[in-house]
Design a protein. Structure first.
Length: 329
């Protein structure tokens, strides 16, 4: 993240955190802050809807939810979280939030074009929208005030560089959600820097047993594959088991963290995890929406606020493990 963005985030958090939501000494949520005073926290009058493409029980999105709810609790605002991997149903959730006249919407866009109409309705209703995680290329076009996440292409190139340094020459990139543009960008980025061959394998994240069997079959049929890149922590663990079942020596890396992934990194079973710090993708948009509601602040200057990529390796996995157990990494 750029230093200017970090400074804005810290200043916003300090300003909001230092005000009373009970009306004791600061401006109320319904009144502008007086000159020279910090904008008041929104209190219970503000409601923000977080709508993602993550399905129930997905450990990655659980951390995003934790971040959003922690921000809501800190600022004394209401935060609702809903997720659905079906873009049609996700659009309906956005429409519902618009009809409820929420004060802001946070949305991930794995399939941006399918959400364009619903997001357009929110913007037309003058409800500020912040996009997170995926859909960066369409965020500004659709009218969002900023995007919080990582550049998937840049993250993919970083993964490819690390895998190349580890000696990988033929990589299996496991895509777990059909139509998710961000996942394809990760594979393409890895292909750009690996300098070898990258083959894609489509699987279904909701059927991890099938994930494991498909990766096993691929490794058994093509012994030249010496690297596997998972794009999801649950898929990474399934791929780890598949590598063992296939008797393969392929090196494994993944995107995103879970407690199991961190444990596997510590054990040397996974080389590294690309960490986009998804807790921030829940926490920061609530902060930004509250700043916008109370002080018309926007963050990023037209550029995305980057939460990654970072890399968790055996060198720092121990430190991250406790945070992952707490649900913040």
């Amino acid at each position: 993240m750029k230093r200017t963005s970090i400074a804005l985030v810290l200043l916003g958090a300090l300003a909001l955190g230092g005000c009373s939501s009970s009306g004791g000494g600061g401006a109320s949520a319904s009144q502008p802050a007086s000159a020279g005073s910090a904008p008041a926290a929104g209190g219970s009058s503000a409601t923000f809807a977080v709508i993602t493409h993550g399905g129930p029980g997905d450990s990655f999105w659980d951390v995003v939810k934790n971040g959003a709810e922690a921000a809501g609790k800190q600022y004394g605002v209401k935060v609702t979280y809903q997720g659905d991997g079906d873009p049609g149903k996700q659009s309906q959730l956005i429409d519902q939030a618009v009809s409820e006249k929420v004060d802001g919407i946070v949305v991930s866009m794995a399939n941006p074009d399918a959400l364009k109409e619903a997001i357009g309705k929110a913007v037309a209703a003058k409800i500020p929208v912040i996009t997170i995680n995926s859909g960066l290329d369409k965020s500004k076009e659709f009218g969002a005030i900023t995007h919080v996440g990582q550049s998937e292409d840049v993250a993919g190139r970083g993964a490819g560089e690390q895998l190349k340094a580890a000696g990988v020459t033929k990589l299996l990139c496991v895509i777990h959600e059909a139509g998710n543009v961000g996942l394809d960008q990760r594979c393409k980025g890895a292909q750009d820097t690996l300098g070898g061959t990258v083959e894609r394998l489509q699987v279904d994240v909701s059927n991890l047993a099938d994930v494991s069997s498909k990766v096993t079959a691929k490794l058994q049929s093509d012994k030249s594959i010496n690297g596997v890149l998972a794009l999801n922590p649950a898929v990474a663990i399934a791929a780890r088991d598949a590598i063992k079942d296939a008797g393969s020596q392929a090196k494994l890396a993944t995107f995103d963290l879970s407690g199991d992934v961190v444990t596997a990194i510590k054990a040397g079973e996974i080389l590294f995890a690309v960490d986009q710090q998804q807790y921030l993708q829940g926490y920061l948009p609530i902060t930004f929406l509250l700043l916008y509601k109370n002080n018309l602040n926007t963050v990023g200057g037209g550029l995305p606020v980057n939460t990654g990529p970072g890399f968790v390796t055996k060198d720092n996995a121990e430190q991250v493990a406790k945070l992952a157990e707490a649900g913040t990494r």
